[in-house]
Design a protein around this ligand. Structure first.
Ligand SMILES: [Zn+2]
Ligand SMILES: [Zn+2]
Length: 391
């Protein structure tokens, strides 16, 4: 099975390069992946895979029927959207759209999803159950997975695998992590309403800027004193606004931020915890407080059994020295976690770093990859899928 997969991947390699470069040159923003979706659907159809278009707005689902002996369905999820970044790579297939760039490798992910579909549909011995390929839009705005799930993408799915490229891991290497892979990411808005007055007579006013400072400081200190130190939380206010002049006490401050957490327990407790601290501080000093907490995406928690299957498949395919157990999760967010509410899953990191030159991070205008990683990703996913059915 493994040698058949590797042979197919080698045979498809030039075509996969063509696909990746085409998608890279024609990036589309989140929720606007119309051409990419049509292109993906075309490739899937040419492999004899039945497709459903317009799933979750601009998503595509490909369904490869198994020979029917196993009632389970395995999903393989990749994403397709690009970012509002002006590309500065000078690659010959660089973005042809000003101000839009595949700087997070979702062009590579979509190509790997297609390559995996091409291989699994060509195997001499068909797989026993169904494989569903999810090509998701709008990952960068943490919405596409929800749109897809709402449109039934996870109905009947028993397990789901996903992949993300990682420039700080060298190409040909696979990064595996048990448990938490990425963080939960929520948005917070706090509005403080005090009372305006003369800057020289603070006792006749309610200074909302000073109260905002108390809240920010208290929240940061409270993380260290009231939250479990083994469950990391990062709270960043990225924007704060209020006030009109140096000598007028501000009657209103609005601050917005992001809240990252790794442990489901802390994640669940955060809205109430923040609201308690903010409203009590405001009440103490006579201000009114409004806290708006918006749930973003949960943390990606990799399922132990599915991670084990992926790790074993990767070691058999590439050898121990190419498979790294990642020591730490990331406090970045990934909406792959939304699928994990419906079925267990596992996302791995695919090394795309060059050996001989500097590697720019994800979301950088010069981000680019060692393209040999595409075959590595395709073989890893296709062989992992085969091992899943043997379980
Ligand atoms: Zn990204
Ligand atoms: Zn990404």
């Amino acid at each position: 099975m493994l040698s058949e997969i590797k042979n197919l991947a080698e045979a498809f390699a030039p075509r996969l390069l063509e696909i990746r470069r085409h998608i890279h040159a024609h990036p589309e923003l989140s929720g606007q992946e119309y051409q990419t979706a049509a292109y993906v659907a075309g490739v899937l159809s040419s492999c004899g895979i039945s497709i459903r278009e317009g799933v979750g707005k601009t998503g595509v689902i490909g369904e490869l029927a198994g020979k029917g002996a196993d009632p389970r369905t395995l999903a393989i999820r990749t994403d397709m959207d690009a970012l509002p970044i002006e590309e500065l790579t000078e690659l010959e297939f660089a973005s042809r759209k000003p101000g839009i760039m595949h700087a997070c490798g979702h062009d590579v992910h979509a190509t790997i999803g297609l390559g995996t579909a091409m291989i699994l549909s060509q195997l001499s011995e068909p797989l026993p159950g169904n494989t569903r390929f999810l090509f998701q839009p709008a990952e960068e705005i943490a919405s596409g997975a929800q749109w897809m799930v709402k449109d039934g993408a996870m109905e009947g799915v028993d397990a789901v695998y996903g992949v993300h490229v990682y420039p700080s891991v060298q190409a040909r290497h696979i990064g595996v992590r048990y448990g938490a892979l990425t963080s939960a990411a929520d948005d917070i808005e706090i509005i403080i309403r005090g009372e305006s007055g003369h800057g020289a007579r603070p006792h006749q006013a309610i200074d909302s800027i000073w109260i905002a400072a108390q809240i920010i400081t208290s929240l940061q200190q409270a993380i260290s004193r009231t939250q479990n130190p083994l469950h990391p939380i990062v709270l960043t206010f990225g924007k704060i606004e209020g006030g009109t002049a140096p000598n007028i006490i501000a009657d209103r401050v609005r601050m917005v931020g992001t809240v990252r957490s790794l442990h489901p327990e802390s994640h669940a407790s955060l809205p109430q915890w923040i609201e308690n601290i903010a409203t009590h501080i405001c009440a103490t000093y006579g201000a009114k407080c409004e806290v708006n907490y918006r749930r973003g995406v949960p943390s990606v928690q990799n399922d132990p059994t599915l991670t084990q299957i992926l790790e074993t498949a990767s070691i058999e395919a590439w050898g121990n020295e190419y498979v790294k157990i990642l020591p730490e999760p990331s406090l970045g967010a990934e909406d792959f976690s939304v699928y994990l509410d419906r079925a267990p899953g596992c996302m791995f990191r695919l090394g795309v770093g060059h050996q001989d030159r500097p590697n720019y991070p994800l979301h950088h205008p010069k981000f680019e990859i060692d393209e040999s990683a595409i075959v590595t990703g395709v073989v890893t996913l296709a062989y992992t899928a085969c091992k899943y059915w043997q379980r």
